[in-house]
Design a protein around this ligand. Structure first.
Ligand SMILES: [Zn+2]
Ligand SMILES: [Zn+2]
Length: 103
């Protein structure tokens, strides 16, 4: 019998206001979260795992977490801080993904 109960990830957009992508500088990055839901007949009935929020750029199709790994050098893992909102950022970012200011 085909499985009618299952667990699937569901992408939730936490903020529909686009944010500045720290790499390409365009306002195409969205604050999202992947939650895992228990599905019954393809209908999500129960959230079983709440994911960590992340920022994903629709143009680059990468998450900010992936940017960090790609641009991070083992020698200087230190993150920079946004001088405007005070959030921890990768120092290779050109823009702050939280407030959109140019760094
Ligand atoms: Zn981008
Ligand atoms: Zn900022």
């Amino acid at each position: 019998m085909f499985l009618i109960v299952g667990v699937s990830p569901k992408i939730k957009i936490l903020d529909t206001n686009p944010r500045i992508c720290p790499v390409c500088g365009l306002a195409r990055a969205y604050y999202k979260r992947v939650d895992h839901y228990l599905y019954l007949f393809f209908i999500p009935i129960l959230r079983i795992k709440k994911g960590k929020p992340f920022i994903m750029c629709e143009r680059c199709e990468k998450t900010v977490h992936e940017f960090k790994e790609e641009y991070g050098h083992p020698a200087d893992r230190k993150s920079a801080m946004c001088h405007h909102c005070g959030k921890d950022l990768d120092k290779n970012f050109k823009y702050c993904p939280y407030c959109g200011i140019r760094l």
